[in-house]
Design a protein around this ligand. Structure first.
Ligand SMILES: Cc1cc2nc3c(=O)[nH]c(=O)nc-3n(C[C@H](O)[C@H](O)[C@H](O)COP(=O)(O)O)c2cc1C
Length: 398
C-alpha cells in the first residue's frame, strides 16, 4: 500500500512529514516555508484555532450537501486547488496531476503562471473547470500570449495575483540554495548537492523529467519560453497595477478574480474595477510578513463587499473544520495550497487525491456534528464570535 494510503495518514498534517521524507530539503522548504520570520505563516493556522464552534445538537443529519456555486461554476466541494508554482519540482506530474485530481473530485484547479507544464495539457487533463493565474512576468507581450492561449483552451477564469510586487524574502530558500538549484551553473550547485543526494528517488524522477523545466506558458516573443532561472528577476518587474487590470479586461471577457486582497479598501477597488470575485489571501505567508491571518481580515472584507461579488479566502487551511469556519465568516469557498501540495509531494496524484478525500470526509463529519445539513446553510451563528472578539477584526452584529 502506498504511504499516502497507510493507516497512519489520517489528516493533512500527516502528509507533511511524508513530503519531507520524499523531497530534498531545498524543495520541501520551498513548499513549506514562508517569508522572513514566518509570523504570518504561523498566524494563518493559529487564527483558525482561535475560532470555536457553536454546534446544534440533537439534530439528525443523515447526509450533507457540500456543493457550492462560485464564479458561476457548480462545484461538488467548497474548496478549490490554489496556484502553486513549481509544482513539477514536487512531482513530475505536478500541475497536470493536481488538475486531474481536482476535476475528478468535482472541483476546480487554478494553474500558476510558474508552471512546468503547458496550460493546454493541464486543461486537457481535467474533467472540471480550470482557471489561469496570471503574473505579468515577461511583460505585457508574454501575458497577451498566455491569455489568448488560456481563452482558446477553455479556461474558466483569470486569477490575477496582486501581492507580488517582488518575491517575498523566503529565508529558508536562500539558506538552502534554491537559487543555485534553479541556475544552470553546475559548479554553484556543488555545495548543495548533499541534500539532493539523500533523496535518490526524487533525484531520479527529477532527472528523468529533464531537470529544471522552462516556463512553457510565459513565451516572450522572439525569445521562446522563459527559463525558470529568470523567474525571481522577472517577478520584480511584473507588478500588476489597477491600470493593468483594465488592459487585461480588454483581452479577457470572462470572469476575473483578484487574489491577494487584505483590506476593505482593496476589496472595494476590486469591485469597482469589475472583478467577479476576490481571494482574501496573504499568499500563504510567503510575501509580506507581519500582515494578519487571512481569516482575521475576512469579516472586514466580506462586509465591505456587501454581497456584490464572491469572496474566497486562503491561507492556513489544513482541516475540514477550517473550511467550515471560513465559510461561517462569509467566504463562498476556500482555496487550499500546501494541503494538497504536501499530498502531491508525498505521493504524486495519489497524494493529491488522498488530501482531497481527507478534507471532504472532515467537512462532511464536522457538518453532521454541527447539526448543519449543507454548506450553504452555514453562517455566523455556528461560530463563537464573542469569544474571539479580539481576534476577528469586526464589530459584532448588534
Ligand atoms: C509552494 C507555493 C507556491 C505558490 N505559488 C503561487 C503562485 O505561483 N501564484 C500565486 O498566486 N500563489 C502562489 N502560492 C500561494 C497559494 O496560491 C495560496 O495563496 C497559499 O498557498 C494559501 O496558503 P496555504 O498554503 O496555507 O493553503 C504559492 C504557495 C505555495 C505554498
Amino acid at each position: 500500500m502506498s504511504s499516502v494510503h497507510s493507516s497512519r495518514v489520517v489528516s493533512i498534517p500527516d502528509l507533511r512529514p511524508l513530503a519531507k521524507r520524499r523531497l530534498p530539503r531545498v524543495v520541501f522548504d520551498y513548499l513549506d516555508g514562508g517569508a522572513e520570520g514566518e509570523f504570518t505563516l504561523r498566524e494563518n493556522c493559529r487564527a483558525f484555532e482561535d475560532l470555536t464552534f457553536r454546534p446544534r445538537h440533537a439534530v439528525s443529519v443523515p447526509s450533507c450537501d457540500l456543493r457550492v456555486r462560485v464564479l458561476g461554476l457548480d462545484l461538488a466541494l467548497p474548496f478549490i486547488l490554489a496556484p502553486v508554482g513549481y509544482s513539477r519540482l514536487m512531482d513530475p506530474q505536478g500541475e497536470v496531476a493536481a488538475a486531474r485530481c481536482a476535476g475528478a473530485a468535482g472541483t476546480a484547479y487554478i494553474l500558476s503562471t510558474i508552471s512546468g507544464h503547458r496550460l493546454e495539457d493541464v486543461k486537457a487533463a481535467s474533467v472540471g473547470p480550470v482557471c489561469y493565474q496570471l503574473y505579468l512576468m515577461g511583460g505585457r507581450a508574454a501575458a497577451e500570449g498566455s491569455i489568448a492561449r488560456a481563452r482558446a483552451a477553455g479556461y474558466s477564469a483569470l486569477v490575477v495575483t496582486i501581492d507580488t510586487a517582488v518575491s517575498g524574502m523566503r529565508e529558508r530558500d536562500w539558506r538552502n540554495g534554491m537559487k543555485e538549484l534553479m541556475s544552470g551553473n553546475l559548479l554553484s550547485k556543488v555545495p548543495f548537492l548533499p541534500q539532493v543526494l539523500t533523496r535518490p528517488g526524487w533525484l531520479v524522477r527529477f532527472l528523468l523529467d529533464g531537470g529544471v523545466p522552462d516556463l512553457p506558458n510565459v513565451v516572450i516573443p522572439g525569445q521562446g519560453p522563459m527559463p525558470m532561472t529568470d523567474v525571481a528577476a522577472a517577478l520584480a518587474s511584473s507588478t500588476v497595477t489597477w491600470e493593468d487590470l483594465r488592459w487585461i479586461r480588454e483581452l479577457w471577457p470572462g470572469p476575473i478574480v483578484i487574489k491577494g486582497v487584505l483590506t476593505a479598501e482593496d476589496a472595494r477597488r476590486a469591485v469597482d474595477e469589475g472583478a467577479s470575485a476576490i481571494v482574501v489571501s496573504n499568499h500563504g505567508g510567503r510575501q509580506l510578513d507581519c500582515v494578519p491571518a487571512s481569516l482575521q481580515v475576512l469579516p472586514e472584507i466580506v462586509s465591505a463587499v456587501n454581497g456584490q461579488i464572491d469572496v474566497l479566502m486562503d491561507g492556513g487551511v489544513r482541516r475540514g473544520t477550517d473550511v467550515i469556519k471560513a465559510i461561517c465568516l462569509g467566504a463562498r469557498a476556500v482555496l487550499i495550497g500546501r494541503a494538497y501540495a504536501y499530498g502531491l509531494a508525498a505521493g504524486g496524484p495519489a497524494g493529491v487525491t488522498r488530501a482531497i478525500d481527507i478534507l471532504r470526509a472532515e467537512i462532511d463529519r464536522a457538518l453532521k456534528l454541527l447539526g448543519c445539513a449543507s454548506i450553504s446553510a452555514l453562517d455566523r451563528s455556528y461560530v463563537n464570535l464573542e469569544r474571539n472578539r479580539r481576534e476577528i477584526s469586526e464589530p459584532l452584529p448588534a
